[in-house]
Design a protein around this ligand. Structure first.
Ligand code: ASP
Length: 588
């Protein structure tokens, strides 16, 4: 139907006849001339219909988003009318034929970034026509190709695992599918292919990958989707470093391939504890040149209980954040930051404005200055490297809580103050605790998932001291986003049983839920480990999009609905009966 793509008609085709298909991006009537921006997936080209052209009458009837075929000749535009921002900006097509392929009803959206998300999702097929969305989905497809190319070269094989399956414990609620054939029985949609990929290692597949859809019924935050895509990887006969090096090399190749960006030859590595100490986050954004500093030793002796208490207690800390040039913050700004920190558990936020660093305590402006002595201030000033014009913010209390809220503040202030540097800053975070204690349920929870191996190889050593145990888990972080996470897995049945027991999963429950895995572990299971990457997030990062919904063709809303198809929807009583489900909602 066409000889060229709209976006590819450049000056090299000047003088040639072309036939183009596409949509009317916009139509302008200018003193007898009609200009049409004709758009396809490759871009937009300007079409001119002159008054004496046979095509004129047809062109007059065109409206936005009409689908047309246009024949004409490529002509250079006069230099004064060149549009350097468009690939086709030096030419125009002089039309001799305008053929309407299909008219369009009036558009329900403006087809710009101004459109609200609700209308964009309802008319997603129209929204996707926009160049930005075209670009996003095409970069995503390139990302997939680059991943496959890299992993195939590393001798991975792509294997699909079931979508109708049994619950996998990644810590979210399951989406369930009732069985018609087996009354009262349900499939669960996989929260991840975790157990299948482990079984594939036991099957001798050696290196597996899959671009897998995962389903988690959780309360959705802005960047979550009930169904999302993971690049899932598993390898046999490996230790942590083998998986990390392989995954790191793959990410380096992929980012080079899709963005032509060279990531560092070796990603920095941070221990989880150190990451929390210095950045207050297990996914530090290394583009922000600020760090937290513990000042406990300098304030343990002062009269101010809010500091001296936590400074002297185990499991607590007093952390300082130096905000360069922050002494200019207004009282209101500081109050707002305190309120922000309170959302993450802060009970207060102490501050010091350093007006004159050379003047010692005299040079400070702060409600807490009166509690400081020279030793305390010299210690704080030395460890934070504070300079005149800076602001120091302090959090004091429980180590994890303080680290968390100070870390949140660090990022917020980093963005607010425009301190985030350009570029790509990956790192590994390792050395996670095996378990975290859950106050509400009064038991341990797996920090990763229950198949993650602990650092100790003896189950008894683990059971003796679970709170201190470190896992063989690791996360890959890029620009403050956790893009991947994985671990070395437990490959011996006694250890797996011990971990289930510590997590409060009784033996019969373990048997019922994961009996097949426990069985498989008994038949010469190789040591193995793996990782999974969040592909929606990576696609968003490479497209420069904030929201993963902008890199998913047909996403759900934050309330887990598809506005395009109106799913989820009610189903008939007949269908419910077939599935052995009683309709409890007869009220409407
Ligand atoms: N299954 C894990 C997850 O989805 C990733 C892994 O351990 O490989 O987070």
């Amino acid at each position: 139907m066409r000889t060229h793509l709209c976006g590819e008609v450049t000056e090299q085709f000047a003088g040639q006849p072309v036939q183009l298909c596409g949509w009317v991006d916009r139509r302008r009537d200018l003193g007898g001339l009609i200009f049409i921006g004709l758009r396809d997936h490759a871009g937009i080209v300007q079409v001119v219909v002159e008054p004496d052209s046979a095509a004129f009458a047809d062109a007059e009837g065109l409206r936005n988003e009409y689908c047309v075929r246009i024949s004409g000749q490529v002509r250079m535009r006069p230099e004064s009318q060149w549009n350097e921002s468009m690939a086709t900006g030096k030419v125009e097509i002089v039309a001799d034929r305008v053929e309407l392929l299909n008219a369009s009803a009036p558009m329900p959206l403006m087809m710009t970034d101004e459109d609200g998300e609700e209308v964009r999702l309802k008319y997603r097929y129209l929204d996707l026509r926009r160049p930005r969305m075209q670009r996003n989905l095409r970069s995503r497809a390139r990302l997939y190709q680059a991943i496959r190319k890299s992993l195939e070269a590393k001798r991975f094989i792509e294997i699909e695992t079931p979508v109708l399956t049994k619950a996998t414990p990644e810590g979210a609620r399951d989406y369930l599918v009732p069985s018609r054939v087996h009354a009262g029985h349900y499939f669960a949609l996989p929260q991840s292919p975790q157990l299948f990929k482990q079984l594939l290692m036991m099957s001798g597949m050696d290196r597996y990958y899959q671009i897998a859809r995962c389903f988690r019924d959780e309360d959705l935050r802005a960047d979550r989707q009930p169904e999302f895509t993971q690049l899932d990887i598993e390898m046999a006969f490996v230790e942590e470093r083998d998986v990390q090096d392989c995954a790191e090399s793959m990410i380096r190749e992929v980012i080079k391939d899709v963005l032509d960006v060279d990531l560092p030859a070796e990603f920095p590595r941070l221990d989880w504890r150190e990451a929390m100490e210095r950045y207050g986050s297990d996914k530090p954004d290394l583009r922000i040149p600020m760090q937290l500093v513990s000042v406990d030793e300098h304030v343990a002796h002062i009269e101010f209980r809010v500091f001296s208490g936590p400074a002297s207690e185990a499991g607590s800390r007093v952390a300082a954040l130096r905000v360069p040039a922050g002494a200019g913050f207004s009282r209101k700004q500081i109050d707002d930051y305190a309120a922000y920190a309170a959302r993450y558990g802060a009970r207060g936020l102490a501050w010091i404005k350093v007006n004159d660093a050379a003047a010692g305590i005299e040079g400070l402006q702060s409600p807490i200055a009166k509690f400081l002595d020279d030793a305390a201030w010299q210690g704080i000033a030395g460890s934070t490297g504070v300079q005149s014009g800076d602001l120091l913010l302090f959090g004091a209390g429980d180590w994890l809580t303080v680290s968390n809220f100070m870390g949140q503040l660090l990022v917020k202030i980093g963005y607010d103050q425009g301190l985030v540097e350009e570029g790509w800053k990956p790192l590994w975070v390792t050395g996670f605790p095996m378990f975290e204690w859950d106050e509400d349920s009064g038991r341990y929870m797996a920090m990763h998932h229950p198949f993650t191996a602990p650092a100790e190889s003896d189950p008894q050593a683990l059971v003796a001291n679970p709170g201190e145990s470190m896992s063989k888990g690791y996360d890959m972080v890029l620009n403050g986003t956790e893009i991947g996470g994985g671990s070395i897995r437990i490959h011996n049945p006694a250890m797996q049983q011990a971990v289930f027991a510590l997590l409060g999963i009784a033996e019969d429950e373990a048997q019922q839920k994961f009996g097949f895995l426990l069985d498989a572990l008994r038949y010469g299971c190789p040591p193995h480990g793996g990782i999974a990457f969040g592909l929606d997030r990576i696609a968003a990062l490479i497209s420069g999009e904030e929201s993963i919904r902008d890199v998913i063709a047909f996403p759900k809303t934050t309330t887990a609905q598809c506005l395009l198809t109106s799913a989820p929807s009610r189903i008939s009583d007949t269908q419910l009966a077939e599935l052995h489900i009683r309709n409890v909602d007869k009220s409407e």
